[in-house]
Design a binder for this molecule. Structure first.
Ligand SMILES: [Ca+2]
Length: 186
């Protein structure tokens, strides 16, 4: 049996980032949501902190895989390339279809309860780019993308909240870096 090629992680990360930008979602859009979520708790928070957090979250494999799966299905539905009845279900963003949310929430789970509650909040209140994506426009399918963006924003918010707390507690730089690294690998 021939050994299947293993995809290098850099290739996966590059593809995930590219598919987001190709679908019109830039890092700033997601960072804005993170800012709105975390600013009430941390007055000194800057957009730069939020951008950095989103960027780090995009290094996570679970997130990259969710991005790739979700966006692929949106794109195939747009091109009418799925089999029925899935084609219609995804194309029309059918109300009882919940796999988009399950995939997105699953990717956020690794970041703990703040990620999960923030995801729930974003799913309900759809702010910023999530609202834009959720508003149906002719021949664009964003059934998965809105939830994926919410998942990235929720994970980045949670990561930021924990990191800011570490700073407040004056943990050493080494320790903060190590904890961050562990989170990233999970
Ligand atoms: Ca959705």
């Amino acid at each position: 049996m021939s050994k299947l090629r293993q995809v290098p992680s850099q290739e996966v990360e590059r593809a995930a980032r590219k598919s987001l930008t190709d679908r019109g979602v830039v890092l700033e859009d997601i960072a804005e949501i993170v800012f709105e979520m975390q600013h009430p708790y941390h007055e000194e928070l800057t957009m730069e902190d939020c951008m950095e957090s989103v960027d780090r979250v995009l290094e996570k494999r679970e997130i990259q895989h969710a991005i790739l799966v979700g966006i692929e299905l949106d794109k195939l539905a747009e091109k009418k390339m799925l089999s029925e009845p899935l084609q219609t279900i995804i194309e029309t963003d059918e109300g009882l279809f919940g796999v988009d949310e399950t995939v997105a929430l699953g990717a956020a789970l690794g970041y703990g309860s703040i990620a999960v509650t923030t995801y729930g909040h974003l799913d309900k209140h759809k702010i910023g780019i999530i609202k834009k994506l959720d508003t149906k426009r002719s021949n664009h399918v964003h059934t998965f993308l809105d939830d994926i963006v919410a998942s990235i924003a929720a994970t980045a918010s949670s990561r930021l909240a924990h990191k800011l707390r570490d700073y407040e507690d004056r943990l050493s730089r080494d320790k903060i870096a190590r904890r961050d690294e562990e989170d990233r690998l999970s």
